[in-house]
Structures are given as structure tokens and as C-alpha cells.
Ligand binder design. Structure first.
Ligand SMILES: Cc1cc2nc3c(=O)[nH]c(=O)nc-3n(C[C@H](O)[C@H](O)[C@H](O)COP(=O)(O)O)c2cc1C
Length: 216
């Protein structure tokens, strides 16, 4: 008999949990959601996207993330259709700031990026460390877990999703649009919708390649 972590040693007492983890219904469903989630670029995400009730479920998932110090050191911002053109303008400003010679075509692409995907969220980390000693990397891990919860829940609800980052996240025009405080850092956009055209799954690392044993 094996466990997810390797072979049992001779003499080990078998425990009830030593069935393969996907032997239970919940385990099988979790394994299938984990396997099904894959990054889909926002430009390939079309309607339908999550409605307000589904979005609430995604946020319910987010708030179950591990959170050292119980700070909720992050939040998400929904960018509704009515605000997409403002985001596009901020992307154009960000591009012009780093490349004043950008062409009209490049500026148009920058603006168009804001229109992609039926549901677009910005993930924001609260990175101040002065108040309670929980360092930035732990806050970022909490946000990463919250993001993964959102992605997996979107998959479970039948949607596809993708992440997008980039230099515009730190641009003054983008920070100002989202009203970010000095201690707040925009980490990435989360796009959610329905995949317009399926792509082949990526090869994932072998599970054994990411586990080392102390002393071995
Ligand atoms: C914080 C973060 C930012 C990301 N930003 C981008 C991005 O700007 N563009 C992109 O194509 N993918 C982005 N990704 C998605 C990764 O490219 C993707 O997760 C990776 O290719 C693995 O594919 P998978 O998610 O389908 O397993 C980002 C992922 C993370 C965690």
C-alpha cells in the first residue's frame, strides 16, 4: 500500500487515511479540479463569466486562505464593464511612460487589453510590515493561496481563468485608478470566463521532483 508521500515501511500500522487520496468522492473531485485548472490568456476568455452569485462564491473561497496573524493582507478589485475604458486609458498612460515612442498600434493594443475577459479582478497585496511583524513574503503567500482558491473554485464552477501581470501594475496611472495606498501592491489581474478555444494541457513537473527528504 502507498500513501501520497511514498511507500509505507515494513511494520508501519496501516491508518484509515492510507487509501489513495482520490479513493474518496471528495478526493476524486478535488483531483479532477486540480488537474482541470490551467492558465487561459484573457484574450481567449469570452462570455459567460461568473454572475454576482458565482463571484461571491469565489470570494468565499478566497477568504479561506491561510493567513498568519489573521490580517487578511490582500483584497481583490472587480473591474466592471463600465470601468474598462478607464483601465485601458491607464494602460496607455503606463505604456507611454515607459516608452514615449510607442506606436498607435501598440497604444491601441494596450487599451484593448482592458476589454478582455468577461470578469476581471485585480489582486492587491498589503505589504506593510510595521504593525505586527508578519513579513511581506508571508502576506504574499496568503494572497497566492487566496488566488489559487479563486482559480480552483472558478474551475469547479465551470469557468476557465488566467493570470496576467506586467510592468503596468506599478505605473502611477494604474495605481491612481485603483486608489492604491503606499503599502498596497497590485500583484496580478485574474481573468475569468469561458475558453473560446481549448488548448492542450501543459506537462506538469513530476510530483517526486519537488519533494526532498531531510537527511537522505
Ligand atoms: C503571479 C503570477 C502572474 C502571472 N502573470 C502572467 C502573465 O503576465 N502572462 C501570462 O501569460 N501568464 C501569467 N501567469 C500564468 C503562468 O504563465 C501560468 O500559471 C504558467 O504558464 C503555468 O501554466 P498553468 O497555470 O496552466 O499550470 C502568471 C502566474 C502567476 C502566478
Amino acid at each position: 500500500m502507498t500513501t501520497p508521500h511514498g511507500q509505507l515501511k515494513a511494520g508501519d500500522a496501516p491508518l484509515p487515511t492510507m487509501l489513495p487520496w482520490h479513493a474518496s468522492d471528495v478526493g476524486a473531485e478535488l483531483a479532477s479540479v486540480l488537474a482541470a485548472r490551467h492558465n487561459v490568456s484573457a484574450r481567449r476568455l469570452v462570455e459567460p463569466g461568473p454572475d454576482p452569485a458565482a463571484l461571491e462564491q469565489l470570494m468565499e473561497a478566497a477568504v479561506t486562505a491561510p493567513d498568519h496573524g489573521l490580517l487578511t493582507p490582500w483584497h481583490f478589485v472587480l473591474i466592471p464593464a463600465s470601468q474598462r475604458s478607464l483601465l485601458g486609458k491607464a494602460f496607455v498612460s503606463a505604456l507611454l511612460e515607459r516608452d514615449p515612442g510607442a506606436t498607435q498600434a501598440q497604444l491601441a493594443t494596450a487599451a484593448e487589453k482592458a476589454e478582455r475577459a468577461p470578469c476581471l479582478l485585480l489582486a492587491v497585496a498589503h505589504v506593510d510590515t510595521g504593525t505586527n511583524g508578519i513579513p511581506t513574503h508571508e502576506r504574499l503567500i496568503s494572497l497566492g493561496c487566496a488566488i489559487q482558491n479563486v482559480l480552483l473554485s472558478a474551475t469547479a464552477l465551470g469557468y476557465e481563468s488566467g493570470l496576467a501581470s506586467g510592468r503596468s501594475l506599478d505605473a502611477p496611472a494604474v495605481r491612481s485608478l485603483f486608489g492604491l495606498e503606499p503599502h498596497e501592491q497590485a500583484i496580478c489581474f485574474i481573468a475569468i470566463g469561458t475558453e473560446s478555444q481549448a488548448k492542450p494541457p501543459r506537462q506538469r513537473p513530476a510530483a517526486g521532483s519537488v519533494l526532498r527528504v531531510l537527511g537522505a
